[in-house]
Design a protein around this ligand. Sequence first.
Ligand SMILES: *[C@@H]1O[C@H](CO)[C@@H](O)[C@H](O)[C@H]1NC(C)=O
Ligand SMILES: *[C@@H]1O[C@H](CO)[C@@H](O)[C@H](O)[C@H]1NC(C)=O
Ligand SMILES: *[C@@H]1O[C@H](CO)[C@@H](O)[C@H](O)[C@H]1NC(C)=O
Ligand SMILES: *[C@@H]1O[C@H](CO)[C@@H](O)[C@H](O)[C@H]1NC(C)=O
Ligand SMILES: *[C@@H]1O[C@H](CO)[C@@H](O)[C@H](O)[C@H]1NC(C)=O
Ligand SMILES: *[C@@H]1O[C@H](CO)[C@@H](O)[C@H](O)[C@H]1NC(C)=O
Ligand SMILES: *[C@@H]1O[C@H](CO)[C@@H](O)[C@H](O)[C@H]1NC(C)=O
Length: 358
Amino acid sequence: MSNIELVMLSSRLSRMAPSRELAICGVTAFVFIVCSLLAVGIPTDAEREKVPNEGSCRVKCYMEPDCVSINVGPLDSRGEITCELNDATWENGHESDMKELVNYTYLGIENHCHSHSCIGSSTCQVGFTSKGFRCKCRPGGVGDFCEGAATSCSEIKSLDNSARDGDYVIDPDGEGGLQMFRVSCDMTDKNGVGVTVISHNSENRTLVDGYEKSGSYKRDIKYMRANLTQLTELTKVSLHCEQSIKYECYNSRLHNGNTTVGWWMSRDDTKMTYWDGASGINQCACAVNGSCARSDRRCNCDKDDSEWRFDSGLLTNKIHLPVKQLRFGDTGVARNATSNETGYHTLGKFRCYGIAQL
Ligand SMILES: *[C@@H]1O[C@H](CO)[C@@H](O)[C@H](O)[C@H]1NC(C)=O
Ligand SMILES: *[C@@H]1O[C@H](CO)[C@@H](O)[C@H](O)[C@H]1NC(C)=O
Ligand SMILES: *[C@@H]1O[C@H](CO)[C@@H](O)[C@H](O)[C@H]1NC(C)=O
Ligand SMILES: *[C@@H]1O[C@H](CO)[C@@H](O)[C@H](O)[C@H]1NC(C)=O
Ligand SMILES: *[C@@H]1O[C@H](CO)[C@@H](O)[C@H](O)[C@H]1NC(C)=O
Ligand SMILES: *[C@@H]1O[C@H](CO)[C@@H](O)[C@H](O)[C@H]1NC(C)=O
Ligand SMILES: *[C@@H]1O[C@H](CO)[C@@H](O)[C@H](O)[C@H]1NC(C)=O
């Protein structure tokens, strides 16, 4: 007697020839489905895997992350059977993908998805895992139920190399503790390692005018969707963090002799007077290679010579970032057309990338 069974057609794990769709037969947990002969779809021989027995086919399915059911074909003259792996199950709303094949057996598993729920936009797959189901998480989701979030965009990228630019939820300090938060991921910058990008309220070029006393101009930086405690955790799980900073000046200095006129505050509220890299030395980028407008000054702006000048750099010290506040001064006097004082600051988005070995 020939056994005609419904097998999974939708398989993208092993390709099969198209066949007409059929009405459903009865189905039970851990099913062998046997239906009456209606039509026969013969699978192509290409992509056909031969294994010694059904057990080997199950093992193959177990090893393949997306496999949730199998079609087992008839014994051939060499004593081998055909093994086809499927990425969908009968019970999982794929009835229309079933077709009948002579002497084939479809083997799914009890639908644990009915008793377990995957969180959010994840999908539940019935499968041959020890749990009997698998939650297929949206990018960035982690955990048996996709209840958690990856720690950074770099981790998201490392878990799924095809993850694209966009908004994702991250949880740098892991489950419990601080709340997860939404960030923007740049998956192409920095050789595609996955860059976590945090926006803030002071990215636009902003005028500083009318503040004479050192540090009397104060601009608090408010980061989007995360506070400094959460961003501190982001710096810990990241290999690198950076933020660009720029001050354009017209007769507005960053230093007046040994007095610091302008500075920035680190995330833990400490006065910072370096404007490039992570040196911590009270100077601008130009002083690093001795290219400042006046060779005996530490910043271009310190030349104070009625010319528009600027100092800019990339801050990279993870211990100090992100910038919490900007402070400037020496913009109070509009004495006359040639010696008035003005500045503009521009602070870049906060970016972290790479996975720190904790
Ligand atoms: C199905 O199996 C039966 C007996 O096991 C055999 O006689 C028959 O030829 C097979 N049919 C096909 C299409 O392989
Ligand atoms: C930051 O937000 C978390 C909640 O996500 C909160 O527990 C923590 O107290 C906040 N920290 C500050 C400094 O506001
Ligand atoms: C920055 O400038 C743009 C364009 O001028 C404006 O639309 C935006 O609201 C500004 N952002 C802030 C935070 O002021
Ligand atoms: C600035 O500080 C240096 C070193 O601390 C000192 O040698 C120098 O005299 C100071 N200059 C002024 C103008 O105070
Ligand atoms: C000094 O470094 C700046 C960047 O920080 C660069 O633009 C400039 O060309 C360098 N000058 C010299 C003389 O190396
Ligand atoms: C304008 O600046 C010049 C020097 O550049 C100075 O001699 C003059 O007194 C200033 N005028 C006023 C009104 O301060
Ligand atoms: C201030 O200096 C600028 C040059 O940047 C000049 O265009 C402007 O007229 C000056 N303003 C006053 C009030 O003197």
